[in-house]
Design a protein around this ligand. Structure first.
Ligand SMILES: [Zn+2]
Length: 251
């Protein structure tokens, strides 16, 4: 079969071949063998670097642990990612999160499209706002997994939250905002309504709006902590690349 695919990880195999973790749009995630990828005239040369978006020709046999990659054509090399470590770290975060959410072989075209769009964001978004783009992507990522935050209603009882209130109870574990009645027992924190506005923008804003979005530092920090908590709970692992991105970030 031929399918769009993204290179998520790779590993040398014997002298000249490569094992590649591919996220394919049409068939999910696979480990594939690219035979002779390091040979001088290999058709795979330059096509299997990390984060490359390609058209992959796969020979899929059910039950086989490692599938065979027969051909690959580069659709988008995302060359801009290698212009700054922050862009590469952002791309690493997104790919790591997608990998955690995606068992081998499960088809998820929606997640594929989200990741493909996220890699373009990491490549092109204003550098000083890469963290913002990452957090918007993560908000949509949680939505797509069916784990998105409840922002308009109590996550426990579904009652609409009162308008015009400055602060709300919020619990990542409970799934978002909570009414005062359900705030007990969920170890909620009080968050400013600016944080909710930020999540709403993350959910719906297009890239140019996002790039120009006014952001209060404190609200952004709170939103980031809530997302980290939700991702850690739901993906059941701490990300390896997130601290790298944090330490590289522009002040
Ligand atoms: Zn409630």
């Amino acid at each position: 079969m031929t399918t769009p695919a993204i290179v998520m990880r790779k590993l040398d195999f014997r002298e000249t071949s490569l094992l590649v973790w591919l996220f394919t749009r049409e068939a999910g995630r696979f480990t594939v063998l690219a035979k002779g990828a390091y040979r001088p005239r290999s058709p795979f040369l330059g096509a299997l670097d990390l984060f490359i978006h390609l058209e992959a020709d796969l020979v899929l046999k059910p039950g086989r642990e490692i599938q065979v990659l027969a051909g690959a054509r580069v659709e988008n090399a995302h060359r801009g990612l290698s212009r700054h470590p922050l862009r590469l770290a952002g791309a690493s975060c997104l790919v790591e999160e997608a990998l955690r959410a995606l068992p081998e072989g499960r088809k998820d075209p929606g997640l594929f499209d989200l990741l493909a769009a996220g890699l373009i964001l990491m490549e092109k978004f204003p550098l000083e706002r890469i963290q913002l783009a990452r957090r918007a992507w993560e908000t949509r990522f949680l939505d797509l997994l069916g784990l998105g935050f409840s922002l308009e209603r109590c996550a426990a009882c579904g009652r609409p939250l009162p308008p015009g209130v400055e602060e709300f109870f919020f619990s990542s574990q409970a799934g978002g905002c909570l009414c005062p009645e359900h705030a007990g027992g969920n170890r909620p924190r009080k968050v400013h309504r600016g944080v909710l506005a930020l999540f709403r923008a993350f959910r719906t804003a297009r890239a140019p709006q996002l790039a120009a979005l006014p952001v209060a530092r404190e609200d952004f920090r709170t939103a980031s902590e809530l997302l980290d908590q939700a991702l850690e709970d739901r993906l059941e692992a701490r990300l390896l690349s997130a601290p790298v991105l944090g330490s590289l970030s522009l002040r």
